[in-house]
Design a protein around this ligand. Structure first.
Ligand SMILES: *Cc1c(COP(=O)(O)O)cnc(C)c1O
Length: 439
């Protein structure tokens, strides 16, 4: 399978190159040249397939022979080592719990898969590979946990000192082994600037192999399509040929794009709901035809605070740049923090279920859609565990979400981080020392 850049300024590359480059050299995003269809036999068997069986079938379409089958099987086995259950609130209202991984958010699926794919492609590289990431919280923990103890790879996380929550901080700063966290005296933007400067430093890159693990990598997107099939499979095991709508709490729109990809390989989906908070760039586009990227505003569902969603270019590609095309498949919704708080409360009162603020935005979109389509099965993608946002959940419901074991363990461990000034010279010297170069 060949991958082209959404900016169309480079020649297509194979899967391996698309994964290693992450972002195309023309700064576009990689997309498969064609979207193959899954065979009818796959859909007949679907209700009986496990998540890993689904993953092997779907991944194979896009990776083909670039990774030997047994190796791909092993990668899937290791990456998808936690359950993704479909929980029903009502006979036709369901929650897909994507938050049972090590960092309690759906980003674990993408990060765990991508890290192992990268490690496979880079295994014969003689130099150690350094994954350099700036984080405002969630991405750092998913990437750190994803690459944790993966051979040949060193992870270096830069984060703004005092500006991430304790829960987020312990998830990447207590790991040790091949994960180092640098606590920078500055903001998230400063961290990002430091990382970009390192990537642009040609002499540094002669000394060491640097790579990024940001969310635009196709190897993070692909595994997110697996669970759309798996949700359908779980539902089809209960009701034959269900009519399904997916409500997707969205920020950079990677998750929703993965759903569209699943649909284009043949998954029957009634519709997709783009559930957003006040950062409504995509819902606005869907009603006005105008794409107006802008700075983000802070909300309760902060992992969706994105004003210029990076995967929009991919969504456009999937619809051949047709607004009508996208508009018939995706409906946009935007909700305030006040509505989100009320929804958390409502889900608790009505169903005795604790939902996090991101999932609550998905619930609101699903509820709105269901008024017009009461017979359709609505599947809300719950992207984060309520314990990750326990303050907001406690404020809305009076309930403190139970802390899952994986978080409890981290909370007990000591933070180990290296304090650093907001200064590129210091970062550079640190990196070179890691590589064993005298500075
Ligand atoms: C990243 C994130 C989102 C947004 O996902 P996108 O793929 O960027 O749209 C939603 N919820 C949570 C909890 C997240 O961490």
């Amino acid at each position: 399978m060949q991958y082209f850049s959404t900016n169309q300024q480079i020649l297509p590359v194979d899967f391996r190159q698309a994964v290693i480059d992450g972002l195309a050299k023309d700064r576009g995003l990689f997309m498969p040249e064609e979207i193959p269809a899954l065979p009818a036999s796959f859909f007949q068997a679907l209700p009986d397939l496990s998540l890993r069986e689904i993953a092997r079938n779907v991944a194979w379409l896009f990776i083909e022979k670039e990774i030997p089958g047994p190796v791909l099987g092993q990668i899937i086995e290791e990456a998808l080592n936690f359950p993704i259950p479909l929980v029903s609130l009502e006979p036709n209202l369901h929650i897909l719990e994507l938050f049972h991984g090590p960092t309690l958010a759906f980003k674990d699926v993408g990060a765990r898969f991508m890290s192992r794919i990268m490690a496979h492609f880079l295994k014969d590289t003689e130099k150690k590979v350094y994954v350099l990431v700036a984080t405002s919280g969630d991405t750092g923990s998913a990437v750190a946990q994803g690459f944790y103890k993966v051979p040949g790879i060193e992870v270096i996380i830069l984060y703004p000192s005092g500006k991430v929550s304790r829960v987020q901080e312990v998830q990447f700063s207590t790991l040790g082994h091949n994960v180092t966290s640098l606590e920078v005296d500055g903001t998230f933007d400063d961290c990002q600037r430091l990382v970009k400067t390192a990537f642009a430093d040609a002499t540094l890159r002669e000394e060491m192999y640097l790579t990024s693990a940001n969310s635009i990598n196709f190897a993070r997107l692909l595994p997110q399509s697996f669970y759309y099939f798996y949700a359908y499979a779980q539902l089809a095991g209960r009701v034959p040929n269900p009519e399904v709508v997916f409500s997707v709490p969205s920020g950079n729109y990677g998750n929703l794009t993965a759903g569209l990809l699943a649909e284009q390989t043949g998954l029957p989906v009634q519709s997709f709901l783009a559930a957003s908070n006040a950062n409504d760039t995509v819902p606005e586009y869907l009603t006005t035809r105008t794409f107006r990227p802008r700075p983000s505003v802070a909300t309760l569902s902060n992992a969706m605070d994105v004003g210029d969603p990076s995967n929009f270019a991919r969504m456009q590609c999937l619809f051949g740049h047709s607004w009508e095309g996208m508009q018939t498949r995706v409906s946009g919704y935007s909700f305030t923090d006040e509505q989100t708080q009320k929804a958390i409360r409502e889900v608790w009162d009505k169903y005795g279920y604790l939902i996090d603020p991101h999932g609550a935005v998905g619930y609101l979109a699903a509820t709105s859609y269901r008024q017009m389509h009461p017979a359709t099965h609505a599947v809300i993608l719950a992207t984060a565990h309520p314990a990750k946002f326990s303050e907001a959940v406690a404020l809305a419901t009076g309930q403190i979400p139970p802390v899952p074991a994986q978080l409890e363990t981290c909370l007990k461990r000591e933070k180990v981080s290296v304090h650093m000034a907001n200064d590129y010279g210091q970062l550079r010297a640190f990196l070179l020392r890691q590589q064993g170069v005298a500075v």
